[in-house]
Each structure stands twice: as C-alpha cells, then as structure tokens.
Write a protein that binds this ligand. Structure first.
Ligand SMILES: Cc1cc2nc3c(=O)[nH]c(=O)nc-3n(C[C@H](O)[C@H](O)[C@H](O)COP(=O)(O)OP(=O)(O)OC[C@H]3O[C@@H](n4cnc5c(N)ncnc54)[C@H](O)[C@@H]3O)c2cc1C
Length: 392
C-alpha cells in the first residue's frame, strides 16, 4: 500500500492514510508486540513493513524518493500506529532526524543519503544528543569532535541513544569548539552523520541499556572515532541551532503518537467496561467507571485540537514553537491520564500481559520525559510565551 503522493491534508486523504496504516498494523497484533517486549527484541518486521509501504518516508520529498507529505499526514500515520496498539517508538525518530539532513545537508549529502533512507537501504534511527553528565542541559555536553585534516576525531559518550544497534546512521551532536572559547553560548556544537557500519569496532562501541519498556536504548562510547569532515551537516559550530530547528516536528509527531495511545486506551477501557460483568451488571454502568473514561476522552479530544493546530501551522510555514510544545505537553498528559484510567478500569486484569494494557502503560509513560521532559516545556512556555524570567 502506498500513500497517494499528491495527498494534501484534506479529510479524505487523511482517512485513506488512516485506513492504510490500520490495515498494515493489523498484521502486527498484540501478541507480536508482547513477544518482542518480553525478549526486548527489535520489531524489525514492523519497521520494514512501515518502510516498504512508504509511511516512514512520508516527510522525505518526492525528488529524494519519499512521499513528500506534510507533518499533518506524518502525524496521522504515527497516531494510527499507536491507536492500533503498535509502537512507533521503534522507528519514529527517522521521520524527524531526517529533517536535519534535508534542511542543513549539502546537495551531495541529500542526494547520497535521503533516497537510501526513503527506500530502507539505510536506517537513520539513532540520534545522539543526551549525555550522562549534561542531561537536559545540551549546551554542556562533553563529547568532542576535533578536526584533523579531512576528518574529525570524536571522543565521549552518549546515553539513552535509542535504536543504535538497529541503525546504519546516527545523527550526532558533538562539541567542536570549547565552551569557554565561543562568542555565543549556543555556538560551538556541530552535527555529524556517523556511518555506524564503518564505525563499529573502529572507535564506536554500543552497549544495551535495559529499560522499563522495549525501546532498544543504548549507551554509545566514542574512542578516537574518525568521522569524515564530509559527514558534517552545515556549518561547524551551528549544530545546536540545527537540532533546535527540528524540535517542532519532533514535538508534533510525538504528540500525535500520544493521541493515538490515548485513543487506544479509551477504546480498550470502553469495551472492557461494557463487557465485564460484576454484581450482575457491566462495570461501565457505574459512574465511578464511566466518568474517568469520559474525562480521558474529553482531555484527548482537547489535546488533539492543539496537535492539529500545531501541525497546520507547521505545514503552512508559520512559526509554531508554542503550539508544538503545548501539543506535546497536553497530549502526553492526556495519554497518561487515559493509561491510568484504562489500567484501573481493568482491575487486576490490567496487570496481565495478555491485555496489552500494562505494556502500553509502560510505553506511553516515556513521553512525559523524552524526547523532552514536561518541566522543560513548562519553562519554555513560561519564558518564551508568558515573558516570565528565565529559570535556569
Ligand atoms: C527510553 C528513552 C529513550 C531515549 N532516547 C533518546 C535518544 O534516542 N537520543 C537522545 O539523545 N536522548 C534520548 N533520551 C534521553 C531523553 O531525551 C532525556 O532522558 C530527557 O531529555 C531528560 O533528560 P535527563 O534524563 O538527562 O534528565 P535530567 O536533565 O537529568 O533531568 C532530571 C529531571 O529534572 C528536571 N529538570 C532538569 N533541569 C530542570 C530545570 N531547569 N527546571 C525544571 N526541571 C528541570 C527534568 O525535567 C527531569 O524531570 C531517551 C530517554 C529515554 C528514557
């Protein structure tokens, strides 16, 4: 199933996309995800199917072999994936990290990487920003890239680098000028595309980082890793800005996944509340069960409006930092509200693996912490929208 290339964001096209994604996801039922979750295994078959059907390349322009769609369509794809009970966390980063190559890569870099990413020949699933010591304070990251002739020598460590073991390329943010030598505090970091196939064993080591959910998280170590200078994206020292440029897309896409999760939880809870009979009546007859479901539904619908608004502004080329951040904030909270409600509605069975509720519960919790934590979004709104003093 391919996406109609000319699809604009009108209702019919989005319905077509939803139907096609739902059909694909039907091949990956709860049992598939439970198995992967138990084994902490990568859902390779699912990622391949999503790539082959061109959904994963939705945002790559047609001239580079992608579908050339907007963020509204891409968000619809990821929402539907989550709504079907699948987990886009296995591959969603490619949709937004690819944008850094698209916006800041040279014509040669784009022609070299984007068609291969679109076809699935290359996976760009790894995004190396977070480090153990700097955390959210990205400007304090310590991984360095020192220029030597036609290459850079990279040393340092990243943490929580998702999918590094299942990716060919990594988008890496590293310091190229010491913090105390830059004129502007946001300068001095650069972005590289690291070819991990060449790098593994030659200065790059990847260590799995077992976590609460199946997210293929890793620690990545750089020990005199040589990265060709030709793999630097854009200007040296401007990498922080390039990464920030991609944030709105990331926020909107993650928010739409949260909406999908919330809808999955609400549907699951509604069905269970109608079917489960206790005291000779469906539990859904009790307002103590009904109201949390209704409340989660209302919160989700409200959050969805903000996601749609942010996506429409993004597609229109209008600055949408506040809207993208608010969408991520309230959608991740709506998803968590729905998750908690769904688990409670299921009583003891909410904890049983076979219902998938506990798995999705663990998976959706992530989005209040990563890719950006709630506090940092609140600080952004406080400072940049409300004009309150910077708190850090
Ligand atoms: C499963 C998983 C996958 C991930 N995948 C990736 C990935 O692929 N690539 C990548 O680069 N990173 C990834 N991350 C990292 C993620 O982006 C960070 O965990 C997240 O941004 C929070 O950073 P931190 O963990 O360092 O928290 P810290 O920065 O240590 O913060 C800890 C807590 O303090 C709060 N806090 C810190 N400073 C302030 C402040 N000034 N005001 C108010 N509160 C504050 C934070 O909000 C947070 O709640 C992943 C994380 C997880 C758990």
């Amino acid at each position: 199933m391919t996406i109609p290339a000319e699809a604009a964001a009108d209702g019919d096209d989005l319905d077509q996309i939803r139907a096609a994604v739902a059909a694909l996801c039907a091949n990956f039922p709860g049992e598939y995800w439970r198995k992967k979750d138990r084994a902490r295994a990568y859902p390779t078959e699912f990622v391949e199917a999503l790539t082959k059907s061109e959904f994963l390349g939705a945002l790559i322009p047609e001239e580079y072999g992608g579908s050339g769609l907007g963020i509204t369509e891409a968000a619809t794809i990821l929402e539907e994936v989550q709504r079907a009970g699948c987990n886009g966390g296995a591959c969603h980063a490619q949709m937004y990290t690819m944008g850094t190559i698209l916006r800041h890569g040279s014509p040669e870099q784009k022609a070299d990487w984007l068609p291969k990413i679109a076809s699935g020949e290359l996976r760009l699933q790894a995004f190396g920003v977070t480090e153990p010591t700097s955390g959210t304070d990205t400007l304090s990251l310590r991984t360095t890239a020192e220029r030597e002739d036609d290459h850079y020598v990279v040393n340092g460590q990243k943490v929580w680098t998702s999918r590094a073991e299942h990716s060919d390329l990594m988008l890496l943010l590293a310091r190229t000028t010491a913090k105390d030598k830059v004129v502007k505090r946001t300068d001095g970091l650069s972005v590289f595309v690291v070819d991990m196939r060449e790098a593994l064993g030659n200065g790059l080591t990847i260590k799995p980082l077992p976590a609460m959910m199946n997210h293929a998280a890793t620690e990545v170590f750089f020990d005199d890793l040589k990265v060709p200078a030709a793999n630097r994206l854009g200007e040296e020292g401007k990498g922080f800005r390039y990464i920030l440029d991609g944030m709105n897309a990331e926020r909107i896409l993650i928010a739409s996944e949260c909406i999908g999760d919330a809808r999955w939880f609400i549907e699951k809870a509604r069905n269970y509340a109608n079917e489960r009979v206790v005291f000779d009546r469906p539990i859904g007859k009790n307002q103590g069960i009904q109201f949390p479901i209704a409340r989660a539904y209302a919160a989700t619908e409200a959050a969805d409006l903000m996601v749609k608004k942010a996506a429409a502004m993004f597609d229109a080329g209008t600055p949408c930092g506040p809207e993208a951040n608010m969408a991520k904030l309230i959608a991740s909270e709506a998803a968590w509200q729905a998750a908690d409600m769904c688990l409670q509605t299921h009583g003891g069975f909410g904890f049983a693996e076979e219902y998938d509720v506990e798995r999705k519960f663990r998976e959706t919790r992530l989005y209040q912490v990563a890719p950006i934590s709630t506090n940092l979004i609140l600080s952004y709104i406080a400072e940049h929208v409300l004009g309150l003093p910077r708190s850090y």
